[in-house]
Design a protein around this ligand. Structure first.
Ligand code: ADP
Length: 330
């Protein structure tokens, strides 16, 4: 237990076993002694305590240092406790050693990285040969087999996207996603993406409204295309009763703002906070019927974060949703 300034006022046996210090050694000391130098510099503990004081509780993960200097991964729960209405405030702090769990997660991420990388080649070969086969069947006017082959190609394309998503996720998790920034005209890029995308979305008219933009932007072109395609795909997927999607390219000061608006199901308040988390999918029946992995928005937001740019969302249930992101001038 800690007092309201973060000083240790009680210390149990489990804490002793975990940290290596006996009660006599730590009582009265500030809890920040268990933090790494870097975390002390960033005032992690002071901020965590302030959050717990304000909100009543706080959870965080970080590195803690034992008496013998060894480190471990900790998950910490801080709960504010008040003695009566005017009584003193103190905090109950529970620490879990999650080092093994973190190591398992890392292994799993590595495994996903390797597996998705290895899957890329065979899928590419499948896609190439089925395209060749389709050409042959077209020449022979074999409609029945061509129809089956087209279904196979649709599924191969899905598999390609899935593997690509998994690969990006594993790179994001391991911090190895490299951005290849270049200078380009965002309006031209949007036009090109919409032209290609429109072919695969015959149910919706993708309308583009462009403002005047007096500058170019600097970003990873291929990744920005990926974000745009994710947003366009969602806009079409989650607006089955509408027939248009509106894309806007505008500018505010030295930032270009690109938005994708749909007139579909919208996203309920409860889900709005979660849609950018990994594997999250809305559980409305409307969403369950639509194929997906819950990775698209997570990937998109992470890509924008790596660019130090923002991806935001506004939505009204039954009316539609607008996703917007920024790009900085070069
Ligand atoms: P996926 O589409 O594969 O489920 P995403 O990460 O792209 O994964 O989206 C996560 C969830 O956010 C979706 O399952 C859906 O519930 C919601 N969502 C995303 N885009 C929209 C949209 N344009 N309109 C309504 N809901 C959306």
């Amino acid at each position: 237990m800690l007092d309201n300034t973060g000083r240790i006022i009680s210390w149990n046996m489990s804490a002793e076993r975990m940290m290596g210090y006996g009660a006599k050694e730590v009582l009265g000391k500030n809890y920040s002694i268990f933090f790494s130098k870097e975390e002390i510099r960033q005032e992690v503990f002071i901020k965590a305590l302030a959050m717990a004081a304000q909100k009543g509780g706080f959870t965080a993960e970080g590195i803690r240092v034992r008496k013998d200097g060894s480190h471990f991964w900790a998950r910490v729960f801080i709960t504010r406790v008040r003695e009566g209405k005017r009584g003193a405030t103190f905090f109950v702090l529970v620490t879990q050693d999650i080092t093994q769990q973190k190591a398992r997660e890392k292994k799993r991420e590595e495994y996903i990285g390797i597996a998705s990388h290895e899957m890329k080649n065979p899928i590419t070969t499948l896609a190439l040969y089925s395209e060749l086969l389709a050409k042959g069947l077209q020449l022979e006017s074999d409609k029945k087999n061509l129809h089956m082959l087209r279904d196979m190609q649709t599924q191969t394309a899905r598999l390609t996207r899935l593997v690509e998503d998994l690969l990006v996720v594993s790179k994001l998790e391991s911090g190895t996603l490299e951005l290849r920034k270049e200078v380009f005209n965002p309006s031209a890029l949007v036009t090109m993406v919409i032209r290609d995308f429109q072919n695969s979305a015959p149910t919706h008219k993708i309308i583009c409204k462009k403002g005047t933009l007096g500058f170019q932007v600097r970003a990873d072109r291929a990744r920005i295309v990926q974000v745009l395609i994710n947003l366009l795909t969602n806009a079409v997927k989650y607006s089955p009763r509408s027939n248009k999607v509106l894309v806007r390219v505008g500018a505010r000061k030295n930032k270009c703002i690109i938005s994708v608006e749909d007139f579909g199901t919208g996203i309920g308040k409860k889900d709005q906070r979660k849609i950018f988390t990994r594997f999250f999918r809305g559980d409305d029946t409307a969403v369950v019927d639509v194929a997906g992995t819950g990775l698209g928005l997570y990937i998109s937001r992470e890509i924008m974060k790596r660019h130090h740019e923002r991806l935001t969302m506004k939505s009204v249930v039954g009316r539609g949703t607008t996703f917007s992101f920024t790009l900085s001038s070069s």
